[in-house]
Design a protein. Structure first.
Length: 315
């Protein structure tokens, strides 16, 4: 019988940590939140409440659900107070190895030996900051997509010493909390999501630097083209449906083209400072620096509308 993860600690109360707290609370868990920054601790309840209200306004939550989820969240005054009773701990601190090493050492000292610890690391493998821990077999990566309360994907990446029984347990728990977990079978730089995202970004920068299209038009190619399909299907299903005979037919037709494109990028270059500065000027013309927060709020509202739409569609 798989363990039930009813009590969750979230360590780090920034945007990602607050989103995680909302995910777990909406999923029915009792959530204990801690951040070393007293200011973040003080602001966390209002931030989480506002996020819940936004979801209610978008039709993703009903008023009673908002109240019930909010009531399940407690902000604690110490890490040990949050971690001690937890079945599952989600570490969401700054993406720096020394910071994660220090915080995970504190978690290790305060956790129950049967608890599970997931790190929100977006690229640093668990082996880089858990090797010396007494409970290192209980640690792994549980990398969300920001914001986790709106985008359900979670990458579960074990360290070489992670107990192999843990990823399936956490995968089932994440599904129960409404997330869409995937299991990465071993440590690899960037995991799955950022390697896929990086491949697209590297090509976008190369096309931009070559002067073949503006940043706005490259963005439009994705938002008004590729991204419309990718909102509800992945690359393999996309090509499976893009040729009469399915994926084998598509591959027979277009694999040579994609091979030639890959060969043309065999010597990828870092994103140049000149190209970055040029793209910054272009994007700031349409979106001034002081409106980035406003546009982020717009993005989240559009995400909520998309999630609401997709939830109403048959699988």
């Amino acid at each position: 019988m798989q363990p039930v993860l009813n009590t969750v600690a979230v360590i780090g109360a920034g945007l990602v940590g607050s989103g995680w707290a909302l995910v777990f609370a909406r999923g029915g868990a009792r959530v204990r939140v801690y951040d070393a920054d007293a200011g973040l601790r003080a602001r966390a309840p209002a931030r989480i409440r506002a996020m819940l209200e936004e979801m209610r306004e978008a039709g993703l939550a009903q008023a009673p659900e908002v109240e019930a989820a909010f009531a399940r969240i407690t902000v604690t005054e110490s890490l040990a107070e949050a971690v001690g009773p937890a079945d599952y701990i989600q570490e969401s601190v700054l993406e720096r190895v020394p910071v994660k090493q220090a915080v995970c050492a504190e978690i290790d000292a305060a956790m129950r030996p049967d608890a599970i610890v997931g790190s929100s690391s977006s690229g640093i493998p668990a082996s880089a900051f858990t090797e010396g821990l007494a409970n290192r077999a209980r640690f792994l990566i549980a990398h969300p997509v920001n914001p986790p309360h709106l985008i359900p994907l979670v990458e579960l990446v074990p360290a070489p010493w992670t107990d192999p029984a843990i990823p399936p347990v956490l995968r089932a728990a994440m599904e129960g909390w409404g997330q869409a977990p995937i299991e990465v079978k071993g440590e690899i730089e960037g995991f799955i999501l950022n390697r896929l995202q990086g491949a697209l970004l590297n090509e976008a920068w190369a096309l931009y630097e070559a002067g073949l299209a503006s940043a706005v038009d490259i963005d439009r190619t994705v938002s008004q083209g590729l991204g419309l399909r990718w909102a509800f299907m992945g690359p393999f299903e996309t090509i499976d449906l893009n040729a009469p005979g399915g994926i084998a037919d598509y591959s027979a037709r277009l694999a040579p083209l994609y091979h030639d494109i890959a060969l043309s990028r065999r010597d990828p270059q870092p994103w140049s400072q000149q190209a970055i500065a040029s793209a910054e000027r272009e994007l700031r013309q349409s979106l001034p620096q002081d409106r980035l927060g406003e546009r982020t709020d717009w993005r989240n509202r559009r995400l909520m509308a998309l999630v609401a739409h997709l939830r109403g569609q048959p699988k």
